[in-house]
Design a protein. Sequence first.
Length: 557
Amino acid sequence: MLNDDPLIERLSVEDIVDPATLARASELSRAQGVNILHTLFDLGAISAARRADIAAKALDLPRVRYADLPPDPVLPEALPAPFLDRIGAAPLSADAAELHVALVDPFDAEALDTLRMAARRRVRVSVIDADDLSRAREQRSAQIQNQSAATARSIDLSGNLEEAARQAPVVQQVKQIIDRAVRVRASDVHIEPFADRLALRYRVDGVLAEQTAPPAEMAQAITSRLKVMAQLNISERRLPQDGRFAQVCDGREIDVRMSTVPTLDGESVVLRLLDKDRAPLDFGDLGMSEGTQAQLQDLLRHQNGIILLTGPTGSGKSTTLYAAMRRLNSADRKILSIEDPVEYQLSGVNQIAVRSSIGLSFATLLRSALRQDPDVIMVGEMRDAETAEIASRAALTGHLVLSTVHTNTAAGALTRLRDMGVPDFILGSTLRASIAQRLVRRICPVCAGSRPLSQAEARIFTDHAPDQPVPEHLAVPNGCDGCNRTGYRGRLALYEVLTVGEDIRAQILSRGSEEAILEATEPGYRTLLADGLGKVAAGETSLDEVGRLIGFGRANG
């Protein structure tokens, strides 16, 4: 931590702060690990301008003011506005070798390191006060709003909606929204109208983040443009609609699934982006450990039975099923899948899309599929009793069935099938394994740091993953241009494989509880939390991320 003693002496000698406040601020700053000027400002003992003056004088740095800031953004791609606001920085100029930046807190070494990595240049520092930086931020926001308003005014909404949707500003705005989402690796785009604004959010690595949105006046035109692309009914704004279209971004074709629902302030739109060229359809690409890969490979060697993937929506179950089908796909094996919707096309696999509107449900299609003489059947989801009963009997008569159910735990899938009406004797005879899954964010390898474990963190490893060594250090996310300042880039899956052996089969037949089923697992059973801690120890994800998804209060997800 920075030695504040020279600053404290200066503040005392120059009688800038009274001794009692200075003593209190010194104690607080040492406890919090921050510079004393930061603490004095938070306490209201010094103004923003006085704080900047003292810091500039103490470090012999230039002092800049609002009038010194450039009219246009500096390195906006590498240094986006939200990142600069977060660290209290205002870029002044840049050339190929150096970035000149004004900082509110020039003592913040972490902010300096982050700026160096983001700009990929050496950094020269000046000092600016927080009030001037806030004024600059407000001016920038006003400029963006004025530019957006000018764009909105250029759109002619006097004609019909289809004509408005084809106007150049609207077409360009929609393309920018999707292109930007693809560049930052977003899986979903949320376009949400509210009474006073239009919100735009991207989901990246499972986390939603707000983006700079078009003006609210463009909401209806943007929605109409997307409806035209998805071949939906533009004039229908009272009922939900679903559609799809393809968009070429950076030379790649992106499959876009569109969903609209009517809200009080207009139609809320969600776009699901599927980049087929970057789909992780191999077990290793999913982040699956070698041990889990071996377990799943053994399960896939069975000629019959049911293998279930469990977990909440968005936990990657379908992607794991695609990887399993790809591993099974061969000339001597007929694979048939029933999906809602078909997300990725696999050559050699007979894929059928559910279309409930014309009576093609999972159960209806599953009955027909059995007459196609398949070896392997993939059912996208067991969501009703009829589907579960047909799939179970298919497994009983010599088919390998892969499917998913929405439960939080591997053991919970057994209870879910019971609740659907699958008889215990069929469940005990057909279920090969229930596999729980979660997706955690992968730490960016470019900017990752590390720190020692605390004693409390070491106990998490010894309590929940006693079969593996406790690491000496933990990887921590920092943030760089490549990961959009989040410290994470991509995701990897955590798995908990509950294979059905004789002891668990006995619990199924005797209608044992989830707790009894877990007690009957074989030695070496690895929970979701233990798998997550293994990936933390390997430096692939952070302890905070595993705790966020699973928690440390229980061994199972």
